[in-house]
Ligand binder design. Structure first.
Ligand code: ADP
Ligand code: ADP
Ligand code: MG
Length: 603
């Protein structure tokens, strides 16, 4: 076994603790050897893995939860590709891109997906775990001799790979890129396909805007366009669906397939929206391990099998269980019997609303029952938030009454930032929201903190949290408040698949247990089918006019939505997850012929 001790540099603060890791370490106390010490510059602790006995005392004692220690099989060290410094994250193996097929990469946040892309694109030279002398390419290639990765790494070493990357974090681009979208794109149009790419991504109206005027989704599209315009032979997309609604996700998926020419080039996509990933990739690699500590790239699986294994939580080729529970997508059909046991919690007449700016909103009369989760997946600016404000009485419609108004509404806004929280730490905010104690047996702890894995973060300051951590806190914070109606606007943004599912389950449980209602804006269709009892379909023209149906049964609502998106979806017989039919396929033609855009049952 190899001992791996990882210290999170951001959280290890020897000046703010009592050096518990050093003082309580039994090896240190024996005075014969040292297993934990302060780094020379005293900025953080260092664990000597050779001396550490793996007792885990420092892990428990560290007040900042900054230490992780795991034991891994020796053979893994042979495929160690990179380690971020002493006591840093370790990445084993790499996803192998192949000509002729699009490779997808899935895995938890902190598993090493972005690191893999940085290595494969030549942005990061792998160190094979050596912190003293950098290994040469010869050695790296030799390590992977006899594998498909060898050919790729040889090309990378010889400089024959020309890679372009759509980075995961797009906001940094705003600081670097200045000027109008058109000028920036013209500059990178090495392939002379600007017009075609702009059309494929429906970016005509963005061309005259300046980069600093773009919304998150618009910036995302611009960066994807920039990658597609470049002449390269390896294209990498790190989380291209973030900030985009379902229609835009389909658009970029088609554009990537069309413009990257996978038959001639390498194409790799990291994405948590499994329905989109399923749609555009041929193979997938799962990076598993322990987030922030180590990651192991699996063998490539066909996309269908790989996603199913991932959802089932077991990788057969590796003989590795990656999750205890299986994720299944059951059809939720509230039976009439169940319906009788519940009652409408919110109800409204046909709503007509108008802002002075001219934006109009029409919503069909409807009701939401106690215990129900309603999903929405409309674009930005279509009136979703406006609708909630009308329901809560904050805005008055031109016509249409709110027949039963929720006594209170708890809202998670689309954009989460430390600013939406009033208290300094995670725990203090949760206590403030729930007005409850936060001991380990409390409802708050059991149902929200544990389920969303916030327990290790309780004492952290909100301005130290990552995007995903902040999102989970915002969801817990919103659900911790007492309310009739919970409105969660895009709770899956920044979250990985596991976290998305945990959030979906938490919302369901809270709503069912408390007999309250939730409206959830969700662009990940797989999640929508997982979390919702009903669907509201918003359509129209953003910023001009929005229209919505009442909450519909999924069989009707999804059918409308998919028809509008012009895709057909079937269920996978193993996991029941929804899968998009290939355009022009027999299944698509059959389903369209009978108007069954979503085959809810297994055919
Ligand atoms: P993913 O893309 O799967 O979310 P990353 O590859 O970005 O994961 O990161 C994997 C791990 O490596 C994380 O724990 C992260 O903290 C660590 N890491 C990433 N970049 C660096 C770096 N430059 N220095 C030290 N650690 C890093
Ligand atoms: P969504 O939640 O679907 O993104 P919103 O309901 O927030 O959409 O907004 C719908 C439209 O109404 C947008 O075009 C927005 O610019 C406009 N709008 C939102 N709030 C106001 C306001 N207070 N005054 C005028 N127009 C507004
Ligand atoms: Mg990443």
């Amino acid at each position: 076994m190899v001992r791996v001790a990882v210290i999170d540099k951001d959280y290890c603060k020897p000046s703010k603790c009592n050096l518990e890791c050093i003082r309580f370490c039994p090896v240190n106390r024996s005075k014969k050897k040292k297993a934990v010490d302060l780094a020379e510059d005293k900025s953080r602790a260092i664990i000597y893995e050779d001396n550490c006995v793996g007792c885990g005392i420092c892990v428990k004692k560290c007040p900042f939860n900054a230490i992780s220690i795991v034991n891994l099989p020796d053979e893994l060290e042979k495929i160690l590709i990179h380690r971020y410094g002493v006591n840093g994250f370790k990445l084993y193996g790499l996803p192998t891109p192949q000509l002729g097929s699009v490779l997808g990469v899935i895995g938890q946040n902190g598993a090493g997906k972005t690191t893999s892309i940085k290595i494969l694109s030549g942005q990061l030279k792998p160190n094979m775990g050596r912190q003293d002398v950098e290994p040469g390419w010869d050695e790296i290639i030799r390590t992977f001799r006899g594998t498909e990765l060898q050919a790729y790494l040889s090309k990378l070493a010889s400089g024959t790979i020309r890679a372009v990357v759509k980075p995961q974090y797009i906001e940094a681009a705003r600081r670097v890129l200045k000027g109008a979208v058109r000028d920036l794109l013209m500059k990178v149009d090495e392939r002379g396909v600007l017009k075609e790419v702009v059309q494929a991504l429906a970016m005509e109206k963005l061309l005259d805007k300046k980069v600093n005027e773009l919304s998150g989704g618009e910036l995302q599209k611009m960066l994807i366009a920039a990658v597609l315009l470049k002449q390269a032979n390896a294209y990498f997309f790190d989380e291209p669906c973030s900030y985009l609604d379902i229609k835009e996700r389909l658009r970029i998926a088609r554009a990537i397939a069309e413009f990257t020419k996978p038959s001639e080039n390498y194409v790799v996509i990291v994405e948590h929206d499994l329905m989109i990933l399923d749609y555009i990739t041929d193979n997938v690699v799962v990076i598993y391990g322990e987030p922030g500590v180590f990651g192991i790239a699996s063998k490539p699986y066909s996309t269908k099998a790989g996603i199913n294994h991932y959802l089932k939580g077991y990788l057969p080729a590796e003989n590795m269980r990656i999750r205890d529970e299986e994720v299944k997508f059951k059809i939720i059909v509230k039976t009439d019997v169940k319906r009788e046991a519940t009652y409408p919690l919110i109800s409204w007449d046909n709503i007509v609303f108008m802002y002075p700016s001219g934006f109009r909103l029409f919503v069909e009369s409807g009701e939401v029952y106690s215990g129900e989760v309603v999903t929405i997946c409309g674009p930005n600016g279509i009136g979703k938030t406006t609708f909630i404000k009308i329901l809560s009485g904050e805005l008055k419609p031109e016509s249409g009454n709110i027949i039963i108004m929720p006594s209170s509404v708890s809202i998670k806004p689309q954009e989460v930032s430390p600013k939406i929280f009033s208290e300094e730490t995670v725990a203090a905010n949760l206590r403030a929201a729930s007005q409850q104690a936060l001991d380990p047996t409390s409802w708050l702890y059991v149902e929200l903190v544990k389920r969303l894995k916030l327990n290790k973060l309780l004492e952290r300051r909100v301005d130290e949290l990552s995007g995903g951590e902040l999102q989970k806190l915002a969801v817990a914070y919103t659900l911790a408040k007492e309310a009739d109606l919970y409105f969660l606007d895009e709770p899956s943004a920044y979250l990985d698949v596991e976290e998305r599912i945990a959030v979906a389950r938490t919302i369901r449980r809270v709503v069912e247990e408390k007999g309250k209602a939730a409206i959830v804006v969700e662009h990940d269709l797989l999640l929508q089918t997982y979390v919702g009892d009903k669907v509201m379909v918003f359509w129209g023209e953003p910023a001009v006019e929005g229209k919505s149906t009442k909450p519909l049964d999924p069989s009707i609502g999804f059918n409308m939505l998919l028809k509008y998106l012009d895709i057909t979806v079937r269920r996978d017989p193993e996991t029941w997850r929804p899968r998009i039919n290939k355009p022009g396929s027999v299944l698509e033609r059959e389903q369209k012929a009978v108007g069954k855009y979503f085959a809810m049952d297994i055919i």
